[in-house]
Design a protein around this ligand. Structure first.
Ligand SMILES: [Zn+2]
Length: 431
């Protein structure tokens, strides 16, 4: 029979196909009868043993190898031996080449699809993946960001902490939880932690307490998008409060036409929406006023990379706060109080490099989408590894840099590139 296996030490003797795939019967080829390791005397044959191992698929079907091996026994001490087959991974009940093939694919495909292709149990695929993830943890290191983003995503049943490189738009790390118990050890053990110059986060207090003691050169800036989002949320609350006072028919009308209108910036309003805003100004002046207050708050950040400096931003906020009506709009007064609670960290934005929030929230949403898609049925650990270490993630995240001291080109990995991941997720190329 033609040796379609190409595995050293065995030869195929029969082949059958059924609904589960291809079964190949193989025998050990030309093994010499060994000497006993203990006694150094010639052993003698003592029956046979057959074992089944999964191998790489053929003709797009799973392959099972049934290998029959002779057994030997030492007449002197009774020790048993079988010929060792180096191509087998006995622990996985598979050929080493299959295990290698699974390692190459398990972070880019679903375990289920791999199990179907190979005939291995989903759990076996998972175990191979966990071994690989452990090795990657020890060997793959992404360059510590100079400008670091810390945020949260809701996936696999909880809020997870995502650490990003904001200068390059790459994911740097994911932590299981965003509590201090998880954050502190991460920052304490972070390589090159003195590299970090800026940390951009939301107003979640534990973030600041967690990195403060460990990042000696880092300055905190509260993420712009989290700040302006509060103005939109304040407007949303005012709208709902206002809406509750209308009769039912009006309420439906307001809800449909005003909800999105009030959340948009004037520059993104369609002509029809601009007209609707004019109607609101004449018929619902309080709501129009709330819209203008939201807009005035957004303007603190507008044109941030042109001429505005920190003093002007501070002045715009002071004017905005002073313009708030004393009695109405409690949500906006609450926003003013929040700004005061985080004053230095919010206005540190105007000291920071201009790219510090570029495309940030937008991209992160894309990643959440991707992670959720990857996440069906997966544990957090798997989603993390697939996000951080999958081949597509790592190749798009690396670049070649010439080391200025040694003049040698080095591959520097920054981690998965968020916009590329988002594109792949949109194209349905991640599963
Ligand atoms: Zn012996």
């Amino acid at each position: 029979m033609f040796d379609l296996l190409n595995l050293p030490g065995i030869k195929p003797v029969d082949l059958s196909t059924d609904s589960k795939g291809i079964t190949i019967i193989a025998e050990v080829d030309g093994a010499e009868i060994p000497k006993c390791e203990e006694c150094q005397v010639q052993m003698h044959r003592h029956g046979r043993r057959t074992g089944t191992f999964a191998d790489t698929p053929m003709q797009m079907q799973p392959v099972r190898l049934k290998i029959t091996r002779p057994r030997y026994r030492c007449g002197s001490c009774g020790k048993m031996a079988t010929p060792e087959l180096t191509f087998l991974d006995e622990r996985r009940r598979a050929t080493a080449r299959l295990v290698e093939a699974i390692r190459g694919r398990c972070l880019g495909m679903t375990f289920h699809a791999l199990a179907e292709q190979t005939g291995l149990a989903v759990n076996s695929i998972k175990n191979i993946a966990f071994d690989l993830i452990g090795e990657l943890e020890d060997t793959v290191h992404y360059e510590t960001p100079v400008i670091m983003g810390i945020d949260e995503v809701n996936l696999a049943g909880g809020y997870r902490c995502v650490i990003t490189n904001l200068a390059t738009n790459n994911i740097f790390e994911m932590l299981e939880h965003r509590t201090q118990d998880h954050l502190k050890p991460f920052f304490k053990n972070l390589r090159d932690r003195e590299r970090v110059e800026w940390v951009c986060t939301d107003m979640w207090r534990p973030f600041k307490c967690s990195f403060g003691p460990y990042l000696p050169n880092a300055k905190l800036v509260i993420d712009k998008f989290h700040v302006v989002k509060m103005a939109s949320e304040a407007l949303e609350s005012e709208r709902k409060r206002y809406q509750a006072e209308l009769d039912k028919e009006e309420r439906v009308r307001v809800k449909k036409s005003i909800r999105w209108l009030t959340l948009k910036r004037p520059s993104s309003l369609s002509p029809a929406e601009q007209e609707a805003l004019t109607v609101i100004r004449s018929q619902l002046p309080s709501l129009a006023e709330a819209y203008d207050i939201k807009e005035a708050f957004y303007q603190i950040y507008d044109a941030e990379d042109k001429d505005k400096d920190k003093d002007e931003a501070i002045q715009l906020f002071a004017q905005w706060e002073a313009s708030l009506p004393k009695k109405d709009f409690p949500e906006f007064r609450k926003l003013a109080k929040t700004v005061h609670n985080h004053y230095d960290d919010i206005f540190a934005y105007w000291d920071s490099p201009s790219q510090i929030t570029n495309a940030y929230t937008e991209s992160l949403n894309g990643v959440i989408k991707m992670a959720n898609r990857l996440g069906r049925g997966y544990s957090y650990e798997i989603i993390r590894a697939k996000t951080l270490y999958a081949k597509y993630a790592r190749t798009v995240g690396s670049g070649i840099l010439v080391n200025p001291t040694t003049k040698v080109s080095e591959t520097v990995e920054y981690g998965p590139h968020i916009p590329t991941l988002v594109d792949l997720a949109d194209d349905g190329e991640l599963d």
